[in-house]
Design a protein around this ligand. Sequence first.
Ligand code: NDP
Length: 510
Amino acid sequence: MTQPRTLGTASAAGIAVDNPATGEVIGQVADSTAEQVEAAVARARRAQPGWAQLTPRDRAKLFTRARHWLLDHCQEVVDSIVAENGKPAEDAIVEVVYCVSAFAYWAKQGPRLLATTKVRSLSPFVLGRGMFTRRVPRGVVGVIGPWNNPLINSFGDAIPALAAGNAVVLKPSEYTPLTALLMVRMVRECGWPEDVFQVVTGAGTTGQALVDTADFVMFTGSTKTGRAVAARAGERLIPCSLELGGKDALIVLADADIERAVNVALHGALVNGGQMCTSVERVYVEEAVYDDFVSRLEKRFGELTQTRPAGLGSTDVGAMTFPPQLSTVAEHVEDATDRGARVLAGGNPGPWPGRFFEPTLLVDVDHTMTCMREETFGPTLPVMKVADAAEAVRLTNDSQYGLQAAIVSSNTARARRLAEQLEVGCVTINDVQTNYMALGLPMGGWKESGLGSRHGAEGILKYTKPQAIFVNRFPMRRDLNMLPFDPSSYRFLLRLVNALYGKRWPFGKN
Ligand code: NDP
C-alpha cells in the first residue's frame, strides 16, 4: 500500500479514509465528539416538527428532486462508493438504483401506510364509539450504517424514516463516510429544509453518542455491536431496529436447473466481494447433482476477474473494505483446509497493492469448520454434499443466524414447502438477494440476525408511534359502570358477558 497507517484511528486531524483497492488515502473526515452529536440531534429536533407538518405531497416533491439529483449525479456517487469501498462500479450502481426506487416507493406508499385508520369493533362495550389509529413520527431517528454498502445500508434506511416525518441524523461507518456526506450536499442542493437530514462522521463512540440521544435507532452492522446498541437503547427505553450478520445457505435440489444454481451460487457468494449480509456463505447440494454442480462452479470461479475497480466491466470481484476482514477470511480458509477441506479455486490474498482476497471455492467441508458456522463476509464459498433435502434443511437451521436462505429447484411448490421449514427471515426460490429490491416485502433477520424489518409496512411503521383516538360520539350523562358503583349494573354486566361469551343463557333458557 502506498501510505501505511492505522485505518479508522482518530487523530486531531480526524479520520483518514482510504481506497481499499489501492491503499491511497482519499479523504479525511471529522471524528465527531459526543457534544457534536448532541448538537446535531438538537438541531434535528428543532427542524423535525416543520418537516412533519409538510403535506405528504410536499415531501414527495422534495423526494422527487433528490431522486433526480441522484440520477443526474449517478457517476459522481458511483465513483465515491467505488473509491471508498473498493467494490466494482456495477455493485455501486445497484446502490444508486435502490435509493432512486426507494424515494419513489416511500413517497407513494408512505402516505397510504401512515394514513389514520378507523378501527371497527363488534364489542358491545364500545358501542357508539369512534376509534382511530394515527401514526406519529418518533422525532429524531439515528441511522447507523456499516461499510459494505455505503449508500443503501445507511442513507437507504433514512428514506422511509424521513418519509414518515422524522428528522434523521446518520452515522456512516468510519471506513466509508464520504458517500454519506455527498447526500448532505444532495439535500442542500435540492432545497430541503435545514437540519432535517444530517451526517455525523466518526468512529464507534460517535455511534454510541447517537444511540444516547436519538429517539429511535436504525442500526445495520455486526451482531456484536447490535447487542451493545440494543442494550443501550433498552437502558434509555427507546426502540431500535437491528439488521445484523448472517450465514445464508443455498440449497440446491436434485431437480434444479444446474446452470441456474451455479449462477445463483456464484453471484450470491461473490457480488460485492461477498461482503453482503445476504451473501451465500454455504451451499448444500443433493448428492445426485453434486459433482456436476461443483465442476461447473469450479470452471466459473476460474473465469472471474479481480483487479482494481475502475469503470464498468473492469473487474468482477473488488477489494475487502475493512482491513481486519482480510485476516478473518484467510483464517476461515486456513481452518477449513486444516480440517480436511480442499481449495478448488483461489485461497490466497489477491493482487497487490490493495486489500484483495481471491474468489475461493472450498469443498469437502462440514459443520466443524468455522467457514460453515461463522460469518466470513468475504469472497469464499464452501460447498457441502448432502444426502437429501431434509439434511439440507437441518444443516441450514444449524446456525445462530437466520437472515436469508435460497433454494434452487424446478419444483417451486416443493421448494415453498421446504422454505416454510427454514428458520430465516426470507427465503428466495430460484433467486438470490433480488428480494432487497422488493420494498413491499419485509426484510429482516431472525435469531441473531436482527430485530425488526426494513421493508414492507413495518419498514415505515417502525419509524412512527401509534396514537389511539377513542371518541364517545353519543355520551350519556353517566355510564352504568361509573362511580359510585351500582351493584345492579354489575349484575347486569355479568349477565350480558354470560350471554355473549358464556356457555349458559342467563335468562332462564339453556
Ligand atoms: P459494525 O457492527 O462493526 O459497525 C456498524 C456501525 O456501527 C459502524 O458505523 C460502526 O462505526 C458503528 N458502531 C461501532 N460501535 C458502536 C457502538 N458501540 N454503538 C453504536 N455504533 C457503533 O459492523 P461493520 O461495519 O463491520 O459491518 C459489517 C456487518 O454488518 C456484518 O456483520 C454484516 O452482516 C452486517 N450487515 C447487515 C446487514 C443487514 O441488513 N442485516 C446489511 C449490511 C451489513 P465504525 O465503523 O466507525 O466503527
